[in-house]
Structures are given as C-alpha cells and as structure tokens.
Design a protein around this ligand. Structure first.
Ligand code: ADP
Ligand code: MG
Length: 696
C-alpha cells in the first residue's frame, strides 16, 4: 500500500506527461490497441516523453520497452493508460505505483446500466482513495492527439464521445487552431468543468468547444462557467437531450441525467454558454471566437458581388436578428465613385462584380465601409463565381481581415472547394461560413455572447435561511394555504393585497368594511389548492352580500378542505388595476430552483408564454425575463394601455429569486398567480400565493 497523498490538480501534467505507461500494450497490429499505442508513442516522441508498455509476454513493442507489471516499470509515471478488461485491478496497480493520472479506455460501465454504474463508482473510489485523478472510463487516447502548433488563438475541445469530437478536431484541416482535446467519457472523476477551468487559463485558448450529453455536476459547471466568463472566453457547445428520444440515448450512452431542457437553456443564457445545434455550427462558431475579437458594435454590413446575394442576405439577417444599418451619406458617396448608380451602396453594398477584377480594388471599398462608425462587422458572401474573380476578391478579403481593426467574415457559398479563391481564404484564416443561414445564426450567437460579456456579473448564492417564526410551518411537507403561503412570501418583500382570515361572519363584515367598497372573498386552507376550479373565489362582493358569501364559502370550504385543510374565509382588498402576471419557482433536480415569469393569469398554461432563469438571478436576468415573453408589449403600453411598473416587477422577481435560494430544499414549488402589475410608479400586488413544501 502507498500512503494517501493529495491528488494532482494541475492538468498540465496530464496533457504534457513526462512518462506514460500503457497497461495492456499489444504488438498485434490488427488490434485497435496497437494503433492507439503508436499514437501515444508519436506524441511522446514529439514532446520528449517516455512511453512504457506493460505486458507479461513482451519485452519490447517497436522500440517501446515493456515490463511484466506496472510495478516493474522504473521511475515515476505521470499518466497510466489502462487498456485491460479488469480496469479495477489496473487502477489498483496504478495507485500502488503512485502514478498521477489514469486513463481508463475500458468500456462497460455506467453506460450499460446499474451493474456497470456500481463498477464505475468503485473505480472512482479506488482513484480517490489512492490520490489518482481518473480520466474516463469509456474514453480513448485522443488527449494525446497531435495538433499543428499554429500561431494565433485556438479552441480547446471537450467531448463526452470520441466520435462526436472528431469533426471538430479535424477543423485543423481548415486552418482552425486546436490546442487540446479532452474526450472525457463517463467522467467518473475528472469532468467537463475541470477541463474548462484548466483551458480558460491558457493564453492562446480563446474558446472551449464541447459536445455534451449530460453534466455531472451543475455546481461545478457553475464555477467553471463563471471562471470562463470572467476570462471573456466563451464555451460553445452542443448539448443533446432536447427531446425525449435524445434524452434516452444520453442515458444509455454516458449515463448522465439530462436536465429539463428549458432549465438548461436558461442556465446557458445566464452563464454565457453558447448553445449550437450541430457539429458544423460548433466548429464554425467556435472558430469565429478564435479568429475575430469583440466587435465595436452590432452593425453588420454586407459586401456582396450581386444584388441577389445582397437581398438574400438582408432577408436572412432580418430573420436572424442581425442589424444592417444604412451606411452614412459620406460612405455611400465614396462608394459611389467606384460603383455605378444602378447598384445599391446603402447596405447591402452590391459591387455588381464591377470592381473586383484588379487586386486591391475590393480592399479599397472594404476600407471605406469599415471606416463608417456605424459598421461593426463586415460580411462578404461569395457564391460560385469565375475562379479568376473569386481569387481576386478572396485576396482582398484576406488582406482586409488581417489588417482591419473590425471583424471581417466570409461566406463561401459554393460546393467547389478546390479552387484558388477558396484556398486563399483558408490559408488567410478568415472566419468562414459555408452557408448564408449558418453565417447569420453564427454571428447572432457571437454578438449575443459579447452582449453577455458586457453585463456579466458574479451571482453569489444566498445561503439557506428560514424566516424566523416560520421554521415549523416550513419543515413539513405538502401545500400550504393561500394565507400561510402569502405570510411566508411577505417575509421576502412580496407585497400582497390586504387580507383578513375570518372564522366568523362578524369578522368578515368587519374586515369588508375596512377593505373598501367591494371585496374579494375566498375559502382558504391547505386542502383547497385551485380555488376557482371548485367555485371558492368571489370577486367584487358588495357590502350587502358579505354575510351570505361568507356562509356559502365557509360551508363549501369545509366540504372541500376537510377538517385539517380548511382555515376560514379570506376577505381581501379588491385589486382591479394592472396586467396579470404569474411568478414562481420550482425545484429542478439538476439546477435547483428555477424561477418562472409569465403573462396572463388564466392563459399561462395555454400559451406557455413564460421565461425561466436558474436562481439566483441578477437584475439583468430579471429585466431580460420580462422582455423575453411574447406578451411583453402588453406591459409596455401596447394599444393605448398605460405602461406597467416594470421596475417594481423586476424587484419582485429578484425577491422571489432570493426566496427560492433561502428556502432551497424546503420548498418544491412556489406560485404567485396572479400578480397585478400596476401602471408605472404604482408598484405590483400579489393576489394569490401557493407554497408546496418539499417532501420530508
Ligand atoms: P385560484 O388561483 O386558487 O383559483 P385566485 O386567488 O388566484 O384563486 O383567484 C382567482 C382569480 O380571481 C385571480 O386570477 C384574479 O383574476 C381574481 N382575483 C383574486 N383575488 C383578487 C383580488 N384581491 N382582487 C382582484 N381580483 C382578484
Ligand atoms: Mg391563483
């Protein structure tokens, strides 16, 4: 037995080991293991590292010295690759040898079900107890892939599936810089977040590209994503599990739980994680971040060589939310000197293929465009044209890309990729899209990331805390009455309509007299959840009807709520003015409390027009949520309505976020439905509340 020691945390040693031992090294050229061994060998040769084989039958494999057991290998081992079926034994040997990292190539763990999951936990335990950091199981040796050591910024790749990473790693064929590849497999120990944290510290890594089936730990992801955001380095990823079918595949594959997708998207927005839909987008979007910096503004100018191209791009830009500002008079005038009258120069600019024949002509026009302060990014869509022409324009675009202060992007819209123009663009390193649509989508995501970066702020999570006096009430399980739910929410600054809980007719009459001309009356109790559905809400009760209403509600309330679930009749101030919204949170098994905001009381379930954010929220989150719902114009003064008090609504959302965090683990669901948002300056008022306590 070796003494327990601190596990290695510096992943540099993992990616740059001095010594590597391959347990189960084979000399059988027909086996994939042989090719993998050769890959490790090639990499070690490049970096001046030493590779050892462990195989009781062999002394040497193509110059790699072999030993009968890992214990026989001389010196210290930085990384041990386990390629034998009995991974547990292999790992115990690694622990005994005192190696720092183990890569477990072997499959057949969590991905095959419960039995495999148990074995995997055992691996994690052996590694933890032995101070070895574990990579895999069910991974490969792609971490030792050799990428060209090009100049400039690069992407670092993390994939939970080797095959899904290959097309991104192959981006090097397009001149895209790739620094590292972590194919993490089942993540029994080292996980996505560990690699993100390591990669964003590396100077020439500009972006982390990832293919993810499920996150092992959301708290770890949060920390890593915050670190990435602080560094201004985006995480661009494909996250599967959008649909049920996708989720089942993910369970079967690496065995992660995929969280509810809406919560996942909310989390991504809040942490600046750029979600893309497929591997093409992953490569193109990640590459964009390696090649162009933050733009000075969001104005896009299209520099096209045909009116059709310009019009098509303009159409797609409008669809995809890219702004094409009109160029200034001065800019248009200058362009006009070279471009005939019948072509547009306002944006899109259409050079009509008139000025692209001589090298430098396009460059002159591009410079004029980029000098216009309204332009933040230049996009040059090139469709298949005569090779002699595309060569000239490509040369000018590369020139502009390399020297201009603003981002320049090209679209190569032709399937022909063996002509000179294409080669010039690839060699020039201009960010390239292969379709108009993908360019628009990619640029929108790129701009969204920089918007995020501009308003990024840390979001400390409030510690769990029960409001004093409510400890007993909150330690039970199941729903609470409207009255109790509102009393708890009021502790978090939620303003309610004035309400009295009345057990007698006299109390009801007294309360009604105080609360105004007409009142609202409701039966109240933990056994009465959706009061309207069972006829237990009366809106606009006149003074003369208070007694009869009390009697009717009292009787029906007892009948519905039962002895334990009925408390009395609420007499409530009648709140007529304002738009009805819903606000609440529910505890997601992966993300914790997720805050929901939506419009329109009764229609919310029909229209599903809601916005979600994972707690805790920032003020920017709250403001964004309000604007995100389709019905926002109703709050914003549409059709002659008064503008609603959005500031007070944002405050309320933040209060609900704090409540979600402080009552974490105690409250499974919370609803304020409805809240009325009054006209500007008049605040908000909640009219109903429901707390559902967590089990146990
Ligand atoms: P539930 O959701 O349990 O059916 P609510 O207390 O939300 O019952 O009441 C149902 C509806 O009655 C609300 O959506 C709202 O439109 C209206 N309402 C409830 N309380 C008031 C009030 N104090 N002032 C004005 N309208 C109210
Ligand atoms: Mg309600």
């Amino acid at each position: 037995m070796t003494e327990a020691r601190e596990p290695e945390t510096d992943l540099r040693l993992f990616f740059h080991p001095r010594t590597i031992a391959v347990i189960g090294a084979t000399d059988d050229k027909r086996k994939p293991g042989y090719a993998l061994l050769m890959k490790v060998k090639a990499r070690a040769e490049r970096d001046g590292a030493t590779v050892y084989g462990v195989n009781p039958r062999l002394n040497d494999i193509d110059g790699i010295p072999c030993f009968p057991a890992l214990g026989d290998v001389p010196g210290e081992i930085d990384v041990a690759v386990i390629m034998i079926g009995d991974a547990e034994q292999g790992l115990r040997d690694v622990v005994a040898k005192g190696a720092r990292f183990a890569i477990i190539f072997t499959a057949g763990f969590r991905e095959i079900g419960e039995e495999g999951a148990k074995r995997e936990e055992e691996l994690a335990r052996i590694a933890r107890d032995g101070g070895v950091r574990l990579f895999g199981p069910n991974t490969n040796v792609n971490a030792f892939e050799m990428f060209p050591d090009t100049d400039g910024k690069k992407l670092a790749l993390v994939t939970q599936s080797g095959h899904q990473g290959r097309p991104i790693a192959q981006g090097v064929e397009l001149g895209i810089g790739v620094k590292y590849w972590a194919p993490t497999g089942n993540e029994a120990d080292l996980e996505f977040a560990d690699f993100v944290e390591y990669f964003v510290d590396i100077d020439d890594v500009a972006v982390v590209a990832a293919y993810i089936e499920g996150f092992k730990s959301i708290p770890r992801l949060r920390v890593a994503a915050e670190k990435a955001a602080r560094a201004g380095k985006p995480i661009v990823l494909v996250k599967i599990g959008r649909t049920e079918a996708g989720q089942r595949m993910a369970m079967a594959h690496t065995g992660h739980l995929t969280g509810s997708d809406a919560a996942t998207n909310a989390f991504f927005r809040q942490y600046g994680i750029v979600r893309v839909d497929d591997l093409d987008e992953l490569l193109e979007t990640a590459a964009l971040f390696t090649r162009i910096p933050k733009p000075p503004n969001e104005g896009v100018c299209i520099y096209a060589i045909s009116g059709g191209t310009g019009a098509h791009m303009a159409d797609l830009c409008a669809w995809g939310g890219l702004e094409l500002p009109t160029l200034s008079e001065e800019t248009q005038q200058k362009l006009r000197d070279a471009i005939p009258d019948y072509l547009t120069v306002s944006n899109p600019v259409d050079n009509g293929a008139q000025v692209m024949r001589k090298p430098g002509q396009n460059r002159g026009l591009i410079d004029i465009i980029l000098e216009d302060p309204i332009v933040g990014i230049l996009v040059c869509p090139i469709t298949g044209i005569l090779p002699s022409m595309s060569k000239v324009i490509a040369g000018d675009i590369v020139d502009a890309y390399k020297t201009a202060k603003k981002p320049v992007v090209v679209i190569w819209g032709s399937p022909v990729t063996d002509e000179e123009g294409y080669r010039i663009l690839i060699e020039g390193g201009v960010p390239m899209f292969r379709s108009f649509r993908s360019a628009v989508v990619g640029l929108r995501r790129y701009l969204d990331y920089w918007r995020f970066a501009d308003r990024f702020e840390e979001r400390p999570t409030p510690a769990p805390r029960l409001p004093s006096g409510f400890e007993t009430m909150l330690s039970g399980s199941g729903p609470l009455s409207e009255y109790d739910s509102a009393s708890i929410a009021a502790q978090f600054g939620v303003p309610f309509a004035m309400t009295a809980l009345c057990e007698t007719e006299e109390q009801a009459v007294q309360a009604a007299t105080k609360l105004g001309e007409t009142v609202v009356m409701k039966a109240c109790g933990s056994g009465i959840l959706h009061k309207t559905d069972v006829g237990l809400v009366r809106v606009g009760v006149a003074p003369g009807d208070v007694v009869s209403t009390f009697r009717a509600l009292d009787e029906a309330g007892r009948a519905h709520g039962g002895d334990a679930g009925y408390d009395g009749v609420l007499v409530q101030e009648f709140a007529s003015e304002g738009e009805e919204v819903i606000l609440g949170f529910s505890d997601d098994p992966q993300f914790g409390p997720v805050v929901l905001f939506g419009l329109g009381g009764v229609f919310v379930e029909v229209l599903k027009d809601v916005a979600l954010r994972v707690a805790p929220l920032t003020r920017a989150d709250a403001e964004e949520m309000i604007r995100e719902v389709k019905g926002f114009p109703l709050l914003d003064g549409a059709r002659g309505r008064p503008k609603a008090d959005i500031g007070a609504l944002a405050d309320l959302i933040l209060n609900v976020s704090r409540m979600a965090c402080e009552l974490r683990g105690r409250v499974a669901e919370f609803d304020l439905n409805p809240v009325r948002v009054r006209p500007e300056g008049q605040g908000v008022v909640a009219l109903d509340a429901l707390v559902v306590r967590s089990r146990g």
